[in-house]
Each structure stands twice: as structure tokens, then as C-alpha cells.
Write a protein that binds this ligand. Structure first.
Ligand code: Z5A
Ligand code: MG
Length: 207
């Protein structure tokens, strides 16, 4: 039996990731391709609850501790990710390990290698769709600025870290266009990835 694809959306805040996750899921459903959504941070778990309080500025924690919580939040979901892919379900994922390393490299000031280490061994994405958005466009989108990392200076440093993390399975998508235009590109890349990884083993991060 063929497996599902592990498709991850990454990008700065308000790039339109959650919007594109929903549009892609609907398009896959319309084509009868089994697919499921996964969101990180998963704020519904015990660990996710602490992350949520931290992001909403209700609790203070050392940045290194927060980094490990974000990673633990992914490890909590490792088995369910693996099982879904193996049974043929494509996962459409809203942020994953690259967000972990990119944001924490800025908040902790530690090297990217240090930030990537806790995620080593987790299932690796087959495709990372990086949604690129300019600082100007970012600010025009609703609800900008409420959470902890939503400041210009932080965002430009995070953008730089994301670029350093890109590997051959990343594609950069111009997310400054209309939702529908972005979606057309996203769907093309996603359908190709779903086809290409059917008989491939599931990869592991950094292994
Ligand atoms: N974080 C971390 O530090 N470490 C980790 O390991 C992980 C995350 C996983 C919360 O993430 C924070 O956690 C985040 C990174 C850090 N930093 N901060 N702050 P989150 O993913 O939960 O954040 P969010 O609240 O969902 O926001 P977001 O993901 O940044 O937004 P988005 O999903 O990219 O955008 P959207 O919700 O789809 O769209 C935003 C608005 O723009 C909405 O009104 C849309 O209708 C509109 N929109 C979308 N697309 C377009 C286009 N093309 N044109 C015009 N308007 C559009
Ligand atoms: Mg979102």
C-alpha cells in the first residue's frame, strides 16, 4: 500500500499558512485524496497549554525551556504522524521543526545546530512550502502584533534563520498574491509530492 505525504507549511507570522492549509485540505478532499490537518504548536495537549500561555504572555519561562517544550509538543505527536502516513493519509501540517529552530535561534541566541538537535529523529517532511511575505504585507493582515514574537526586528532575524534551514525539499512560494493564486501553486507542488513519495520510506530529521 502506498503511504501519504508529509507536507509542511512554514513562514513568518501572517504569511497565510493556516489559510493555505485549509484550502489545500479542501482541494485534496475534492479529489478524494485522504488527508488530515496537523497544527504546531498543538495547543490542545498539556504541553501545548503551557506554550499557549507563554505565547499569550501569561507566563514567563527561559527561552531554552520554551524551545524544548515546542520540540516535546512535536514528539508527543510522533506516533500519530507515523501511523497516519503509513495508512496512506497525507498530512497537511501548519508549522513544524523549522519554525522551532528559526524562532528559537533568535530568542535564545544559540546556534542553529543547538536549536535543531531536539527534533532529530522525528519524521521528516516530504515537502516544505515556505510562504514568503513582505513586512509591509504582513502588517496589513488582521490581528498582527498581539503575540510575543510579532515585532519587525524579530521577524527579519527569523526570516534569515529560515533561509539557512532550507533544504532540497523546500519550495519558496510568493504569498503576497491573492489567496487563490497562492493556492494554485501550492496545489501543484502538493500533488507532485503526494505522487513522488508514495513508495518512498518516511525520512527522519537529520538522520
Ligand atoms: N513557534 C515557535 O517559536 N516554535 C515552534 O516550534 C513553533 C512555533 C511550531 C505561534 O504560531 C507562534 O509560535 C509563532 C511561531 C512560534 N510566532 N509568533 N508569534 P502559530 O502558527 O500558532 O501563529 P498564528 O497565530 O496561527 O499566526 P500565523 O501562523 O503567523 O498566521 P498564518 O497562519 O500564517 O496566517 P493566516 O491565519 O492564514 O492569515 C492571517 C490573516 O491574513 C487572515 O486574516 C487571512 O484571511 C489573511 N490572509 C491570508 N492569506 C492572505 C492573502 N494571500 N492575501 C490577503 N490576506 C490574506
Ligand atoms: Mg496560523
Amino acid at each position: 500500500m502506498s503511504r501519504g505525504a508529509f507536507i509542511v507549511f512554514e513562514g513568518l507570522d501572517r504569511a497565510g499558512k493556516s489559510t493555505q492549509v485549509s484550502m489545500l485540505l479542501q482541494a485534496l478532499k475534492d479529489r478524494s485524496i485522504p488527508a488530515q490537518k496537523q497544527v504546531f504548536p498543538d495547543r490542545t495537549t498539556a504541553i501545548g497549554g503551557i506554550i499557549n500561555d507563554y505565547l499569550a504572555k501569561k507566563v514567563e519561562l527561559p527561552s531554552e525551556a520554551v524551545h524544548l517544550l515546542f520540540s516535546a509538543n512535536r514528539w508527543e505527536c510522533k506516533n500519530s504522524i507515523q501511523e497516519s502516513l503509513e495508512k496512506g493519509t497525507t498530512l497537511v501540517v501548519d508549522r513544524y521543526a523549522a519554525s522551532g529552530a528559526a524562532y528559537s535561534s533568535v530568542t535564545t541566541g544559540r546556534p542553529l545546530e543547538w536549536c535543531r538537535a531536539p527534533d532529530q529523529g522525528l519524521p521528516a517532511p516530504d515537502l516544505v512550502l515556505f510562504l514568503e511575505v513582505s513586512p509591509e504585507a504582513q502588517k496589513t493582515r488582521p490581528d498582527w502584533g498581539g503575540e510575543r514574537f510579532e515585532r519587525d526586528e524579530t521577524q527579519s532575524k527569523v526570516a534569515k534563520s529560515f533561509r539557512q534551514l532550507a533544504t532540497s525539499n523546500w519550495v519558496f512560494v510568493d504569498a503576497g498574491r491573492t489567496k487563490e493564486e497562492v493556492h494554485q501553486d501550492v496545489l501543484d507542488f502538493a500533488l507532485k509530492a503526494i505522487e513522488a513519495c508514495k513508495q518512498q520510506p518516511i525520512g527522519k530529521l537529520d538522520e
